[in-house]
Design a binder for this molecule. Structure first.
Ligand SMILES: NC(=O)c1ccc[n+]([C@@H]2O[C@H](COP(=O)([O-])OP(=O)(O)OC[C@H]3O[C@@H](n4cnc5c(N)ncnc54)[C@H](OP(=O)(O)O)[C@@H]3O)[C@@H](O)[C@H]2O)c1
Length: 256
């Protein structure tokens, strides 16, 4: 049975993705900091589906996290067929005023751990000629994000990295897909500060709907999955405007 590793599986989109992979008969490896929530989800998935579910607590903002995860996977004799890099967070506020450690941790989780885990697990997939990477980006990737500049930049990285990887992987049997959600009802809104904006609340999709779109797109080997017509319209429209215009619009609607 194939095994899927999902980071950020303790809540929101990652938790829903874990349920979808498990419902399809795949073993799952659940990674996040909240050990209790991961253990509970693993128990629930094992009792609902004929699969193995393993919880591996890890703080992905630590520079040793990827290496420690590698050791844990080999200790449990786990071979990963699909890697879902979903863990991530944002913070609303001016770059010069936001807590520096929080912004560094954001880079570590959203960019460094995502890249490190991909580097760790991809060679095995290429050797076997099967498997894939599903990276969770954001519609934030499509323009600069004043008052949330680091978060937007991390998601631009995820989009560019995954698209580049996809071309490198052509003909290997290994896929790379990016899921780019817009506002979604998860812990992200309250944690980042974005949840206070009415445009965010009005446009928010359910975590289940976003995960389902991402899961289906990954299975169909799509390059970029943007769930929801509003988000697809917005990202297409952004492409027709000069970047100076889109960043001024974002600065206006996302006033910190
Ligand atoms: N919700 C939205 O509006 C939205 C829109 C676009 C993109 N996204 C992206 O979707 C992804 C999932 O977020 P979500 O919306 O589902 O929010 P969420 O409910 O807050 O989930 C975030 C997940 O990331 C994990 N995480 C955060 N920091 C971590 C760390 N240091 N080490 C390990 N795991 C960590 C959290 O687990 P622990 O707290 O247990 O560690 C949690 O499982 C993120 O990459 C986010 O940027 C969200």
């Amino acid at each position: 049975m194939p095994t899927t590793l999902i980071t950020g599986a303790s809540s929101g989109i990652g938790l829903e993705l874990a349920k979808l992979f498990a419902a399809d008969g795949e073993n799952v490896v659940l990674v996040a900091r909240s050990e209790g929530k991961l253990e509970e989800l693993a128990r629930q998935l094992r009792s609902t589906y004929p699969i193995e579910a393993t919880a591996i607590p890890s703080d992905l903002s630590r520079s040793t996290a990827v290496e420690e995860l590698r050791s844990e996977l080999s200790r449990h004799s786990l071979r990963i067929d699909t890697l879902v890099n979903n863990a991530g967070f944002g913070a609303l506020g001016k770059f010069a005023e936001l807590d520096a450690d929080r912004q560094r941790n954001m880079l570590m989780v959203n960019v460094v751990a995502l890249t490190g885990l991909t580097r760790q697990l991809l060679p095995g997939m290429i050797e076997r000629g099967s498997g894939g990477i599903l990276n969770v980006g954001s519609t934030a990737a499509y323009q600069a994000g004043p008052n949330m500049s680091v978060y937007y930049a991390t998601k631009a990285y995820v989009l560019s990295f995954t698209e580049g990887l996809r071309e490198e992987l052509a003909g290997t049997g290994v896929s790379a897909t990016v899921l780019a959600p817009g506002p979604t009802e998860t812990g992200f809104g309250a944690d980042s500060g974005m949840g206070k904006f009415s445009f965010f609340q009005k446009a928010a999709m359910s975590a289940r709907a976003v995960a389902k779109a991402g899961y289906a797109g990954y299975r169909k080997n799509e390059d970029v999955v943007i769930p929801g017509w509003r988000n697809r319209l917005m990202t297409t429209g952004v492409g027709f405007l000069p970047r100076v215009a889109t960043r001024k619009i974002v600065a206006k609607i996302q006033d910190a």
